[in-house]
Design a protein around this ligand. Structure first.
Ligand code: SER
Ligand code: ZN
Length: 501
């Protein structure tokens, strides 16, 4: 992230008063002098802070001109002045009605090129001589709500993102299995289509026939037997229509927009209101999309994306007894949805997919231990049962990536491990599941506490059935004779059904 050290602020504020203060020059002068010496330097290192560089009285308006560095930001200095001013003016029965912001500029240092962009509350943005100058249009209450500070944070993030582009995506190899001679080298999706195991339905959506469904259920059986049951995970059913309040707390509200499926309710459920839509369809056999667009409300949220975030609404605001820990549960109650880039990608990149989401919570030690147990169990499954060529890599934590951030988590021990499988037909690798230690991100975001007030962490692991399938079929093909014996036994006989002429 960009250094904040050379930030500078300049604000001109006008205190609107309830009476004339023309006669109070001397007293105001004293308030300003004292503020410059003490109040506007409070909390800042020696020689730093804010300074009233000019002030002026015009009947019932006091104008102050404040410059500052990052230590006492000028807009905060302006708010700090309210109290001593009110005290001084009060003696003359004059009150403060409010503050108008006449001018507010901020300079943010940056190295290298910077692309200007539009941002709420910023009138102008200019990049020149290694500095970005911002002219803000804000009110007193915006300052109270910390909007200028969030604008600066956002600019810093954009500077970092523009410098690194996508290049800062973290990736580090942790472990790799032996190379395995593939039993199959074709594109598994094409083979699945040819054998009528799947049929394309809509953008990024497939219908899964009985054969592949049986294979998916075999994966689930393995997951139950090797992971969920022995490690003591309880099943829960989580909402799949996810409301904004969840994504505000999980951080998805910062970046999910291009990739989410939006959910819009009807403006009313009165059939009469919808009659013209019904009639239009009956007459034309066309769905009147524009008419419908007028009749639906703003989106209430979107379809399940990351799966675990709504679980935290179950714990929100609660204090959990220490001996409840570690908490372990999983959800497999529905689909996840992402608006992926266009075109048909096959079963490895989908708009609708099926995932078992595994979540655990506890002290940092318990959460790390939970992750290690999963890693061991997955290794056993992929090595001894599915016989895959796979590797483990450390990547940008999923919760950061989904918030639009790159890089690594700041906290030691926090992060996402991706499991990648080799795809012979692509001569490339596919991420087919992950294990993440999410640190205190979720307990913090959803305000969940531990009785002992100790550190509270969580972890999650997403097991995508289609991704397991994509990895397995790509290496082993669709012929059960080529599959590892142990797995073949679990799958059983594949149904021989649905012959089309
Ligand atoms: N919630 C995690 C993710 O979306 C694991 O499934 O990647
Ligand atoms: Zn998760």
């Amino acid at each position: 992230m960009q250094k904040e050290s050379e930030l500078s602020f300049h604000i001109i504020g006008r205190f609107k008063l309830s009476g004339s203060i023309t006669e109070m020059k001397e007293e105001i002068g004293l308030v300003v002098k004292k503020a410059n010496m003490e109040l506007l330097k409070r909390g800042a290192p020696k020689g730093c802070g804010a300074e009233i560089v000019k002030w002026d009285i015009d009947d019932d308006v006091l104008t102050v001109d404040i410059k500052s560095d990052r230590h006492v930001r000028a807009h905060d200095a302006l708010l700090r002045l309210r109290k001593p001013l009110a005290n001084a003016l009060g003696k003359h029965r004059v009150g403060i009605r409010g503050i108008e912001i006449e001018k507010f500029t901020i300079q943010v240092p940056t190295e290298g090129p910077f692309k200007e962009f539009k941002i709420p509350f910023v009138k102008h943005m200019h990049h020149k001589d290694g500095k970005i100058s911002l002219a803000l249009e804000v009110t007193e209450s915006h300052i109270e709500d910390k909007i200028p500070d969030r604008i600066i944070t956002l600019i810093m993030e954009k500077i970092a993102a523009q410098h690194y582009g996508g290049k800062d995506e973290h990736w580090k190899l942790l472990w790799s299995s032996k190379e395995k001679a593939p039993k199959f080298t074709g594109d598994p999706t094409q083979e699945l289509i040819n054998r009528k195991w799947i049929r394309h339905f809509a953008r990024g959506q497939w219908i899964y026939g009985p054969q592949i469904t049986k294979v998916f259920r075999a994966f689930e059986h393995i997951i139950e037997r090797e992971i969920l049951n022995p490690l003591g995970y309880q099943e829960m059913i989580l909402p799949k229509a996810v409301t904004w309040d969840v994504w505000k707390r999980s951080g998805h509200a910062k970046a999910i927009y291009p990739e989410m499926y939006y959910i819009c309710p009807p403006k009313t459920r009165d059939p009469e209101y919808w009659e013209e839509v019904m009639d239009y369809y009956k007459i034309t056999n066309d769905i009147p999309l524009d008419m419908i667009r007028e009749k639906i409300g703003a989106p209430i949220g979107g379809l399940c994306y990351a799966q675990c975030p709504p679980a935290w609404m179950f714990f929100k605001g609660e204090t959990i007894a220490d001996d409840e820990f570690p908490i372990r549960f999983f959800d497999r109650s529905g689909t996840s949805h992402r608006y992926e880039s266009g075109g048909i990608h096959g079963i490895e990149r989908l708009d609708e997919f099926h995932r078992i989401e595994v979540v655990w919570m506890g002290s940092p030690e318990q959460v790390i231990e939970g992750a290690n147990k999963l890693h061991d169990a997955y290794a056993h499954i992929f090595n001894d049962m599915l016989d895959l060529q796979w590797r483990r890599v450390e990547v940008t934590p999923w919760f950061m990536a989904q918030e639009g951030l790159a890089g690594k988590a700041e906290n030691e021990g926090v992060g996402t491990t991706d499991y990648e499988a080799y795809l012979p037909y692509k001569k490339g690798w596919l991420e087919f599941q992950n294990v993440s230690i999410n640190g205190d991100k979720y307990p913090k975001g959803f305000n969940v506490k531990l009785q002992s007030k100790g550190e509270f962490w969580s972890g999650c692991s997403g097991i995508g059935l289609e991704r397991w399938g994509a990895a397995f079929f790509a290496q082993k093909g669709l012929d059960p004779d080529d599959w590892p014996n142990k797995f073949r036994k679990i799958v059983g006989e594949l149904p021989d059904v649905f012959k089309f002429l």
